[in-house]
Design a protein around this ligand. Structure first.
Ligand SMILES: [Ca+2]
Length: 397
């Protein structure tokens, strides 16, 4: 598909999705309301392991709330051959070879692949060695597996994309009715406060901006867990020791990967300890109280040379007016800190309109995502490290 075909096909998809009315501001893609009679939530994890994907997969497979219907590998942190093999390794470590695993294409929709061995090592696991997987992927492309699972359980399946969106966009393009059958999407991806692969773009979106744009225009209820929160969730020596002290295969495997990446990032000279990106999206789906979410209209830059992959957000409550702590206070024109709240997440462009008062803004930029703007880091680690280290940790009320 070339750029022109992409524009045509994504426009058709957007028009198709307008007919749907399932999007509601009050229905985030979280795990409220189970989708199976056993109380579990049907999910598909789309992933590019990647040390953080690997730990996120082990975390998800250690979470009894999830009925993982499929794991689909995508090219991203490393080429598809490596991300697929690592996905298979994780289901073996977790003893979950019952979960079907499929691989996606070698390249994004219209661009060449971009990889991130500088953060993940050449094997995606920061050099932590595991045997070649014995279990095989299913004999169908990732996008086909996504379609077949969603069509088997219409309205029940939530997608957890923690890599680029190539597989999901491919499924939506092949089957435009699919969007109306997907319960929600809870993704790790994007940022409203600068990128990590370029100044503008977060890696997952940068790799395949055209695919991400299709996803954000799909009408599917989206929760976006981006760098705004994940950059605050970092792995420490204490976490690694707790994992290493666990006696289960998952704890030992997670400890080995965590130890390797802690050492790898130190050798790379990174100023931060390893960031846990994908784990936060999985945790958000499990624990609706973990993150603070705000409504945004999100679009993805697909044509800029230096801004490709940027997630551009418009918030109905973060307009210039809403930065004032007391909207009724007199406006002197100064930014008196007693009244003015400098946004730590970039607000929307100053406007002559009060947010919500202009039908132009409310119709043009109708929120299509709930974006994570704050995270309870300690609450996250109690769940994440607790479950990976083999403890029966319940979701805190
Ligand atoms: Ca990932």
């Amino acid at each position: 598909m070339n750029r022109r075909q992409f524009v045509a096909s994504s426009s058709a998809l957007a028009i198709g999705s307008l007919a749907r009315s399932s999007w509601s501001r009050d229905s985030p893609a979280g795990a409220q309301g189970s989708s199976t009679s056993s109380g579990q939530h049907r999910v598909i994890i789309d992933t590019d392991p990647g040390y953080d994907d690997a730990l996120a997969l082990l975390f998800a497979m250690s979470s009894p709330e999830l009925k993982i219907e499929a794991i689909t590998a995508v090219s991203g942190n490393l080429p598809i051959e490596i991300t697929l093999a690592n996905s298979l390794r994780m289901v073996e470590i977790a003893g979950r070879t019952d979960i079907p695993v499929a691989g996606g294409p070698k390249t994004p929709l219209v661009r060449q692949g971009i990889f991130a061995p500088e953060g993940h090592g050449d094997n995606g696991l920061a050099g932590a060695e595991f045997p070649p997987p014995k279990v095989k992927p299913v004999d169908m492309p990732a996008a086909e597996l996504i379609r077949s699972v969603v069509r088997k359980y219409p309205g029940e399946v939530t997608l957890l994309p923690i890599g680029p969106h190539t597989n999901i966009a491919t499924a939506l393009l092949a089957d435009p009715a699919l969007a109306g059958m997907i319960r929600g999407i809870c993704m790790m991806g994007g940022s409203l406060s600068g990128g990590n692969i370029t100044p503008a773009a977060e890696f997952n979106i940068y790799v395949d901006p055209e695919a991400a744009r299709i996803v954000f225009h799909s009408g599917i209820p989206i929760t976006m867990v981006g760098l705004d929160v994940t950059n605050r969730v970092v792995l420490t020596e204490e976490h690694v020791r707790t994992l290493e002290a666990g006696h289960t295969p998952v704890s030992q495997g997670a400890g080995k990967i965590a130890r390797a990446v802690l050492e790898y990032w130190r050798k790379q000279g990174f100023v931060s300890k390893p960031i846990l990106f994908d784990e936060v999206a999985v945790a958000e789906f499990l624990d609706p109280k973990l993150l603070t979410l705000e409504d945004y209209y999100i679009d993805v830059e697909t044509s800029g040379d230096i801004t490709a992959g940027e997630t551009v957000g418009y918030s109905p409550i973060h307009g210039e007016d809403q930065r004032w702590l007391n909207p009724e206070a007199p406006r002197t024109g100064s930014r008196d800190p007693a009244y003015y709240r400098p946004p730590d997440i970039r607000g929307s462009a100053p406007s002559i309109y009060r947010p919500g008062s202009s039908s132009f803004f409310t119709k043009t930029y109708k929120p299509n995502a709930k974006v994570a703007v704050d995270v309870d880091v300690e609450r996250f680690f109690r769940l994440f490290i607790g479950r990976l280290s083999g403890k029966q940790v319940a979701i805190e009320v």
